[in-house]
Design a protein around this ligand. Structure first.
Ligand SMILES: Cc1cc2nc3c(=O)[nH]c(=O)nc-3n(C[C@H](O)[C@H](O)[C@H](O)COP(=O)(O)OP(=O)(O)OC[C@H]3O[C@@H](n4cnc5c(N)ncnc54)[C@H](O)[C@@H]3O)c2cc1C
Ligand SMILES: *[C@@H]1O[C@H](CO)[C@@H](O)[C@H](O)[C@H]1NC(C)=O
Ligand SMILES: *[C@@H]1O[C@H](CO)[C@@H](O)[C@H](O)[C@H]1NC(C)=O
Length: 382
């Protein structure tokens, strides 16, 4: 049994940022991570051509900037290098291969009791902690929708987190399901590698350029969001034209308000829209069922595919191990309270990176958590 002041679960950007902020106050912590490396999402579960979608000024972790010569949109490998430098700068030493299996609050001892599996030594390790920080991510488990007949599909089925590049799909008929940033970019990558590519777009999306989003985020400091949204939609419509005949319509809510109200991001076009307009990438609506290699769409077309890539997002798995977390998280393992007060529960419980606000949200959460823990410790010792 190890007694620690703060236990942080997860060594992704959120856990690392929290660790750095705590170390600035010399508050001792232990950081546990189930994988054998930090930021496994970025190292092992992201496609090759991925760049940060947002400009670098919106993607910094606390207390360390990107090198001045870094490109505006940081490629994946550079982001991983930045995280490695961050770990070195703040001397962060995660306990790897340590997966938290349960965490309960002990009302008598007034502390959290955490049980974890040390996978290297195949044994159970236990911690008690005054403060518990949930930084296990919104992207913990793959989400693949239940589609009737999916088990009968005779081709390859993968989730976007296993997709690396379109190289191995050249010449194949591939269906991408999901039209968020990952799905739209993977469709582009497949087509660029010579796959006959189709994409399912079920709901309205805001297609934007990365420069427009950067502009929007910058002027949002000075102008009301609905005005910013009107400008963005007007300019985007000029750039992309009316896409409704290609199966793409805009949500009623503007892109910035939609993001802040629901967490749903605009889609930053990487060239996919151009290929859709040319008919190189085909757009379909909902799937009704799958039989062997045939996918039946609700528009009643039957089309045969060799592979399906599900870019249908993730789900949180926090609820499988966090007991007594009702003060902070709902049944889906996501914060109950709205931003900006989502990061704090009761009895020394916190979360970083669960408000669907990307790296900027993570940076804010980490600072808030460290400041709060510092003030609680200050009151305890005085
Ligand atoms: C493809 C993609 C692109 C993105 N691009 C951007 C972008 O451009 N800009 C931006 O701001 N945001 C972006 N995001 C969103 C967000 O910034 C990233 O998802 C970021 O990695 C989230 O960091 P995190 O630390 O919260 O979660 P994660 O990176 O998922 O880290 C959580 C860690 O917790 C570990 N863990 C989970 N459960 C346990 C357990 N029980 N015990 C121990 N360890 C556990 C996991 O192994 C993981 O290492 C992107 C997300 C994705 C998926
Ligand atoms: C490409 O895919 C479409 C389905 O979107 C299909 O109708 C077409 O026949 C395919 N082309 C080839 C050459 O297989
Ligand atoms: C698609 O396939 C199903 C099952 O074989 C069949 O019932 C349906 O009529 C087909 N639809 C079209 C448009 O061919």
């Amino acid at each position: 049994m190890e007694n620690v002041v703060v236990l942080i679960v997860g060594a992704g950007p959120a856990g690392l940022a929290t660790a750095a902020c705590l170390s600035q106050f010399s508050i001792p912590y232990v950081l546990v991570e189930r994988e054998s490396c930090s930021a496994s999402l970025w190292r092992n579960r992201a496609y090759d051509r991925l760049k940060l979608h947002l400009a670098k000024e919106f993607c910094e972790l606390p207390h360390m900037s990107y090198p001045v010569d870094a490109p505006t949109y940081i490629p994946k490998t550079l982001f991983v290098n930045y995280l490695d430098d961050y770990i070195e700068r703040f001397n962060i030493q995660p306990k790897y291969l340590t997966s938290v299996e349960s965490s309960t609050y002990d009302n008598d001892k007034k502390c959290w009791c955490i049980v974890a599996h040390d996978m290297a030594k195949s044994k159970i390790v236990k911690f008690t902690a005054k403060f518990l920080v949930v930084a296990s991510g919104e992207n913990s488990a793959e989400n693949i929708p239940m589609i009737p007949g999916l088990q009968s599909f005779s081709g390859d089925v993968i989730h976007s987190s296993s997709y690396k590049s379109g190289k191995s799909y050249s010449g194949m008929n591939v269906l991408v399901v999901g039209s968020g940033n990952s799905g739209m970019e993977i469709a582009y990558d497949l087509a660029a590698h010579g796959a006959n590519t189709s994409i399912v777009i079920r709901s309205p999306i805001h297609v934007m350029t990365k420069e427009l989003i950067r502009l929007g985020m910058t002027i949002a400091h000075h102008l009301p969001l609905n005005l910013v949204d009107n400008i963005l939609v007007m300019v985007a419509n000029l750039i992309f034209g009316d896409l409704s005949r290609h199966g793409i319509t805009r949500p009623k809510m503007g892109p910035m308000i939609l993001k802040s109200k629901t967490g749903r991001s605009a889609v930053i076009d990487v060239g996919t829209v151009g290929l859709i307009k040319k008919g190189i990438i085909k757009v379909y609506g909902s799937i009704s069922k799958i039989m062997g290699n045939i996918v039946e769409f609700q528009c009643s077309k039957n089309i045969s595919f060799d592979a399906i890539v599900f870019a249908t997002g993730y789900k949180s798995t926090t609820n499988t191990w966090l007991k007594d977390g009702e003060s902070m998280l709902n049944g889906n393992g996501l914060p109950i309270k709205e931003y900006p007060s989502h990061w704090k529960g009761e009895k020394g419980l916190y979360c970083a990176g669960l408000a669907r606000r990307g790296l900027a949200g993570i940076a804010a959460d980490a600072k808030n958590i460290a400041n709060d823990i510092k003030s609680v410790i200050g009151t305890m010792s005085s």
